[in-house]
Design a protein around this ligand. Sequence first.
Ligand SMILES: Nc1nc2c(ncn2[C@@H]2O[C@H](COP(=O)(O)OP(=O)(O)O[C@H]3O[C@H](CO)[C@@H](O)[C@H](O)[C@@H]3O)[C@@H](O)[C@H]2O)c(=O)[nH]1
Ligand SMILES: [Mg+2]
Length: 193
Amino acid sequence: MKSLKNIKKTILSNEWATLHRIDYDYQFKNGNWKRLSRETYNRGNGTAILLFNPDKGTVILTKQFRMPAYENDKNDGMSIEACAGAIDNNDNALETIIRETEEEVGYKITNAKQVLSAYTSPGALTEKMYLFVAEYSDAMKINEGGGLDSEDEEIEVIELPFKQVIEMVKNEEIIDAKTIMLVQYAQINKLID
Ligand SMILES: Nc1nc2c(ncn2[C@@H]2O[C@H](COP(=O)(O)OP(=O)(O)O[C@H]3O[C@H](CO)[C@@H](O)[C@H](O)[C@@H]3O)[C@@H](O)[C@H]2O)c(=O)[nH]1
Ligand SMILES: [Mg+2]
């Protein structure tokens, strides 16, 4: 454990999620102590899943408007991503991703496997993401997906050849980190030929 003491947390904002300022004494390798301050944004942990069909050579992705991406790029703000959802307080990652898969893309899966976990932005976010893969088939489709109206979600479900998705990562049409990690996991582990 790093040498840390006198940790003081102050809430700067507490609406949808919580932004803290954390002040702490930190000991450098040379033995000197210094009081430092970092802001941390806490919206809980998250899950994402790459659904793949080895017979068809396809994967299921989503497309939706993301305000933070719009704010940064000032283009249309549309983001192509693996199906993903935040983990509610009393749920675990597996329960969450099964529910999100049903709500967002309309597939009932039973075989999700966690393959990676990742801090998505450890300099600013407390969020750790649990990344899954699962095989899907047309028979598992139980609704249209699209997300919850009650949460104002408007999610387009897209089924694409995996080869095309690899090109979309290369040409930067897909620039969402969790999605790139999952696509590259699938490539490295040859989930689809
Ligand atoms: N009012 C309000 N609603 C919000 C806010 N932020 C998110 N929401 C809403 O909360 C819901 C969250 O949907 P989820 O499907 O659970 O999460 P997500 O937005 O897909 O996020 C997933 O991917 C993120 C990006 O990679 C991850 O950060 C996150 O943990 C999760 O895995 C969405 O309806 C979204 O519009 C906010 O600041 N204010
Ligand atoms: Mg989502």
